[in-house]
Design a protein around this ligand. Structure first.
Ligand SMILES: Cc1ncc(COP(=O)(O)O)c(C=O)c1O
Length: 401
């Protein structure tokens, strides 16, 4: 899946051009830059590509989530309903705002189950944020209906799903904002970086101010003379990230096509096997195929499958063990490990009820994740690799079913 597989002379040339220019700041240095604004160009290309009115580039996917939530006004006392199967940055971005992540359940799509969120809505709930895991989207329509009914923001954590589609719309462009991660293992990478797309002009400007110390950007004057709209912080992307992002973005469609083609070959090679199901996606065509996930009938069958697949030469993951993506494994979330004396939201006077995040709290999620077998997909996979995976899946199925 990682975009670094496609690094070639184009990225090297793009970075060299910025280095030669000596201008690595995305704002400022007007006199030296000969009209070149790489981050701005990248933002425009991303907004055009995904059909969004605005795009802001930032320093990471985590920063994208955090900046967007801050600009939306999320703060102490607010609750956001999200998924226990995600990367911990989803939680941390909410916690850093002093707000409370309330974790519902996932269904067999491995994304938030719309049937599990309504009972968690309180007068403190501000938003519902499904997480589009493993390159494919959640089923967004039911969430939209619930958010409209209760007057909540529909948000998306689309950090893992750049280029994925839901009913013709790109992941990240359905809710109030959409963050993308450009970290080293993402389909488009600039080393470390992030993006936020939104159609909301007011939100865009607040994000733009907040991510750069409150600056009201005006390239026609000196940076030091710019006004300030708010207190903020520094989550800027550098011109190096912008230049590299432009090249990598140009390779996105090809990367998705290649992974989809490989996944199709794997599935055709396996054929229909009774008891071996695919992840239940709302829009299978919109899947970017960054992973191939199978669901076995029981957890026991999944373990047998995993063992046989490994013995056949291709290890696969069982997502209940996944320490990166499953809240059950996150002691720091459970314990609220922070360095400050007052740990907001854990010890916050505005927070009425802090979840305990105990491992037993997501029985449906655990039952589903325990039944999975997951294979990571590379962009560049030759037929011999595909054949090995097919053989391993067949060996797994034979042992388990
Ligand atoms: C679902 C999700 N949200 C947020 C992030 C954070 O992105 P970054 O690593 O760029 O900070 C990631 C990164 O893997 C992610 O998978």
């Amino acid at each position: 899946m990682p975009g670094f597989e496609l690094f070639d002379q184009q990225e090297i040339d793009a970075l060299a051009e910025v280095i030669r220019s000596k201008v690595v700041h995305r704002y400022w240095f007007q006199g030296m830059r000969n009209g070149v604004w790489k981050v701005e160009e990248f933002e425009k290309a991303v907004a055009d590509k995904f059909g969004s009115k605005h795009c802001l580039a930032v320093s990471s996917g985590s920063a994208a989530l955090y900046v967007a939530l801050k600009a939306l006004g999320i703060g102490p006392g607010d609750e956001i309903i999200t998924s226990p199967f995600t990367f911990i940055a989803t939680m941390e971005s909410i916690l850093e705002c002093g707000a409370v992540p309330v974790l519902a359940e996932v269904d067999e799509s491995l994304t938030l189950d719309p049937n599990s969120v309504e009972e968690l809505i309180t007068e403190r709930t501000k938003a519902i944020m499904p997480v589009h895991m493993f390159g494919a989207t959640a089923d967004m329509d039911p969430f939209k209906t619930i958010c409209d009914e209760y007057g909540l923001f529909l948000l998306e954590d689309s950090c893992q799903a750049m280029g994925a589609k839901y009913k013709g719309r790109y992941a990240g462009t359905i809710g109030k904002f959409g963050p993308y991660s450009l970290d080293p293992v993402k389909i488009v990478t600039v080393g470390e970086g992030g993006l936020i797309v939104t159609d909301d002009e007011d939100l865009y400007h607040k994000m733009e101010y907040y991510h750069d110390h409150g600056h009201i950007h005006d390239n026609s004057i000196e940076r030091g003379a710019e006004g300030k709209a708010c207190l903020g912080f520094n989550f800027r992307m550098s011109e190096l990230g912008g230049a590299m992002g432009l090249v990598q973005l140009g390779k996105l469609d090809m990367a998705i096509e290649k992974m989809k083609e490989s996944k199709k070959k794997i599935l055709e090679g396996i054929g229909n096997v009774d008891g071996l199901a695919l992840r239940a996606l709302a829009d299978r065509e919109g899947d970017t195929a960054t992973q191939t996930v199978f669901l076995l009938p029981t957890a026991e069958a999944a373990r047998k499958f995993q063992k046989a697949s490994k013995e056949a030469g291709v290890p696969c993951g069982n997502l209940s063990d996944n320490t990166w993506h499953y809240a059950r494994h996150w002691a720091t979330l459970r314990e609220g490990t922070m360095f400050s004396r007052l740990r907001c939201p854990y010890d916050c006077p505005y927070v009425e009820e802090m979840p305990t995040y105990r491992p037993v709290e997501w029985p449906q999620t655990h039952a589903i994740l325990s039944r999975t077998a997951v294979y990571g997909m590379d962009i560049l996979m030759d037929d011999s690799r595909i054949e090995k995976i097919v053989n391993a899946v067949q060996a797994g199925a034979k042992a388990a079913l």
